[in-house]
Design a protein around this ligand. Structure first.
Ligand SMILES: Nc1ncnc2c1ncn2[C@@H]1O[C@H](COP(=O)(O)OP(=O)(O)OP(=O)(O)O)[C@@H](O)[C@H]1O
Ligand SMILES: N[C@@H](CCO)C(=O)O
Length: 307
């Protein structure tokens, strides 16, 4: 049995659309083994309404993609999914399936593909690198998908940095959220984002958190998605007022993310109180950054990170 532990991710971080991502200490576990025949996919009862348990399952599709590349034909497969990453909330649930499925399939066959090849397959399946890279290698990643490869840099983040996730109780698929975006971006808006994305990466890595309220601003995707996020204006204004360092739409939403440092307990409590007065239901959770990324587990625990 192969077992992988794959982190949730938050992508875009405001201006870094389709490029920046951070891995979070919230994990799905994927277990796979070859069986004599058929396809058996086991998912938690509460997810059965939303997750396919046939050949359309995303973890299975990722595994199948790798099997095609290396021309392997399993007799049958058993896949057990232990899910903690909420589905379709902008926390990288689909990237976790793709990254985890590919690595699990590769391990099952004793690693025929190199890390770079897995990364490229994963990024082409997801369409961009911003969730895939941190899911695989952890930390803060900057990356881009080229014709035949992925170029990226992974950075560790200061340990005092935490993320406050405000997760509404509804699904918002990336596919739908991308249809809201315009086809073209005016130069001034591109320049607005480019100047902030550099400031953002440098400020995060060097713990210049005082820059983050400006550096997380975005003109490329949030303005077009925010009307579909209940209470966006109230929540983001409140977050800044009570002292988060910066806030942004996590991935394609609907989760809203605040950046915190060590003094976070009051902010978390105040936000829970504030949200309890709204009609929409939210879950609030403070997440640490996962600096190590996907891990392959053995019976004693970790069998090494995916480096
Ligand atoms: N654990 C899982 N097992 C199988 N399929 C899953 C699982 N988690 C997510 N999926 C698939 O991925 C879809 C959600 O992907 P989507 O890209 O819309 O959201 P997300 O990845 O959570 O958000 P984002 O990409 O903005 O972070 C689900 O509808 C489902 O088809
Ligand atoms: N960069 C992607 C993240 C979701 O996969 C988007 O915002 O659509």
């Amino acid at each position: 049995m192969i077992r992988v532990k794959v982190p949730a991710t938050t992508a875009n971080i405001g201006p870094g659309f389709d490029s920046l991502g951070i891995a979070l200490q919230l994990y799905n576990i994927i277990e796979v083994e070859e069986i004599n025949f058929g396809l058996e996919i086991n998912v938690p009862v509460e997810d059965r309404m939303h997750i396919e348990t046939n050949e359309h399952n995303l973890v299975y599709r990722a595994m199948k993609r790798l099997f095609e590349v290396v021309d392997f034909h399993p007799k049958g497969l058993r896949i057990n999914l232990i899910n903690n990453i909420p589905l379709a909330r902008g926390l990288g649930s689909s990237a976790a399936c793709i990254a985890g499925g590919l690595v699990a399939a590769n391990k099952l066959l004793n690693d025929p593909l190199k890390k770079e090849e897995i990364m490229y397959l994963a990024a082409t399946m997801d369409g961009h690198t911003d969730n895939i890279l941190p899911a695989l290698v952890g930390g803060l990643t900057v990356g881009c998908l080229l014709e035949n490869e992925v170029k990226y840099v992974k950075m560790n983040l200061p340990p005092q940095l935490k993320l406050l996730a405000i997760i509404p109780d509804f699904h918002f698929s990336t596919k739908k959220a991308r249809l809201l975006l315009p086809q073209n971006v005016p130069v001034e808006e591109a320049v607005f984002n480019i100047s902030r994305v550099g400031l953002l990466v440098a400020s995060l890595v060097t713990a210049h958190f005082e820059n983050l309220s400006e550096a997380t601003k975005d003109k490329i995707h949030q303005p077009y998605r925010k009307d579909f996020i209940p209470n966006w204006e109230e929540i983001t204004s409140k977050l800044i007022k009570i002292g988060v360092k910066g806030c942004f739409l996590s991935g394609s939403g609907p989760t809203i993310m605040g950046i915190l440092d060590e003094d976070y307990k009051n902010i978390e409590n105040e936000m829970v109180k504030f949200l309890s007065h709204l009609e929409q239901r939210y879950k609030v959770t403070v997440l640490d950054v996962c600096n190590q990324g996907l891990e392959v587990l053995n019976d004693e625990g970790s069998n090494g990170c995916y480096r």
